[in-house]
Design a protein. Structure first.
Length: 416
């Protein structure tokens, strides 16, 4: 991390300037790069995730005792949950998307009947294709018939139907995760930032080939993996971070990364994978409305009032022509973050710690310092901001910016 770039980024830090600390060793750990090459963590590619090694580092840095209960209210595909269980902690996670909850809990499964698993893998991968009664839900914003070839579309549903007939729940989940994880590879779709683009791909491998290879790799991981320590638990649950259904003062530590304020709708980015889990476009639309308001598709409102000097200045800097569209998303995002912080605060024990991995946002008119605004909100709720660890600083690359401005990716650490 260049010294001058960091210094520029913290010049307007205000009352939290002294808490902003360079931690360039975290630069790669706040991305999914580590997970891509790590068994079990890489069973599903989740670009928005971070490294299990980051979780271990933070548990050590925050001096969290083994056996403690860790919360991740935006658990994604379960990196925090798995990393905690592997190191003798209990963990509970929440996510609004059934995809994340399903992937998380499948990664956490233990005590497979390995002979039965192998038998089911061989049986399903050798099964002769037949027409299926299942249909793809209408995703609304993307044409499924263009997203897949006719053969890939039918093969995916064929394997899904056969997986649903497997009696052993753990094996059924294992097979389904493998199928979901190869869905994008089997499609004509490319993820481009926060959108899906249909582009005719050449020489796509057959679904059966992708599925078989994925199962082979996952099965190999299971055979090599160490059993999780006894005495703890970990699970993901469907739920909204703004209204956690937890008993007060039952959580020791929170380690999480809420969706960044980047106008990305995860129900669209992972629509193809969700299409194998949800039944209809109505289900998809309901998930979209309930999600954190980091994008325009989320609709729920909250009766929340908070004070933030940083937010006031941001709203003043947004041009009138863009005010309504941008301001609504920004205000909604921080209203949801305030509600989430309040919910987490209530669940944490006295002196409990919380670490939030967040990214600042670059707009043509201004910088949205998410880390500093989060610190303001946390302090208003009752938290003490202990430190803000700056993992990365980069130049803005947003169209319309008149002069270069640096933006940070940080870890905000609170104590109750």
């Amino acid at each position: 991390m260049r010294e001058d770039l960091f210094d520029r980024s913290i010049a307007a830090g205000g009352r939290f300037s002294h808490l902003l600390t360079q931690k360039p060793e975290y630069k790669d750990l706040v991305t999914f790069a580590w997970c891509k090459n790590t068994p079990v963590y890489n069973w599903f590619y989740y670009k928005e995730g971070y490294a299990g090694e980051l979780v271990w580092n933070l548990l050590d840095r925050l001096n969290i005792k083994k056996g403690s209960t860790i919360l991740d209210p935006f658990c994604g595909t379960g990196t925090t949950l798995l990393a905690c269980r592997q190191n003798g902690y209990s963990a509970v996670g929440y996510d609004i998307l059934p995809l994340g909850v399903f992937v998380s809990n499948t990664k956490l499964q233990q005590d497979y009947d390995m002979d039965l698993l192998q038998e089911n893998i061989q049986k399903i991968t050798k099964k002769k294709f037949t027409e299926t009664r299942l249909k793809w839900p209408d995703l609304g914003f993307i044409d499924v018939k263009r997203a897949f070839s006719k053969y890939a579309r039918k093969d995916l549903l064929f394997f899904k139907e056969n997986i649903m007939e497997v009696e052993d729940e753990k094996i059924r989940n294992f097979l389904m995760l493998a199928l979901i994880s190869i869905t994008l590879q089997a499609s004509n779709v490319k993820k481009d930032g926060g959108v899906l683009k249909i582009m005719k791909k050449k020489n796509l491998p057959p679904v059966r080939h992708l599925f078989k290879n994925k199962l082979k790799r996952m099965n190999r991981d299971l055979k090599k993996s160490e059993p999780l320590p006894t005495g703890g638990f970990a699970e993901a649950r469907l739920g909204d971070a703004c209204t956690l259904k937890l008993e007060p003062e039952t959580i020791d530590t929170c380690i999480t990364s809420p969706p960044y304020l980047n106008w990305v709708d995860y129900t669209k980015v992972y629509a193809l994978e969700l299409g194998l889990l949800v039944d209809s476009s109505r289900d998809m639309e309901e998930l979209r409305k309930k999600s954190l308001r980091s994008h325009a598709g989320a609709k729920q409102g909250r009766d929340v009032t908070y004070k933030s000097e940083k937010m006031r200045k941001i709203m003043e800097n947004i041009s009138d022509a863009q005010f309504n569209k941008k301001a609504q998303v920004i205000e909604g995002y921080f209203e949801d973050m305030y509600a989430s912080l309040s919910s987490i605060y209530e669940a944490l024990k006295e002196k409990g710690k919380a670490a939030f991995v967040v990214g600042n946002v670059c707009l043509p008119e201004t910088i949205v310092d998410t880390d500093l605004i989060l610190a303001e909100l946390g302090e208003e709720i009752g938290f003490t901001t202990k430190e803000i660890l700056v993992a990365n600083v980069r130049w803005c690359d947003v169209h319309g910016i008149r002069k270069p401005r640096p933006v940070r990716e940080s870890i905000v650490v609170f104590e109750k």
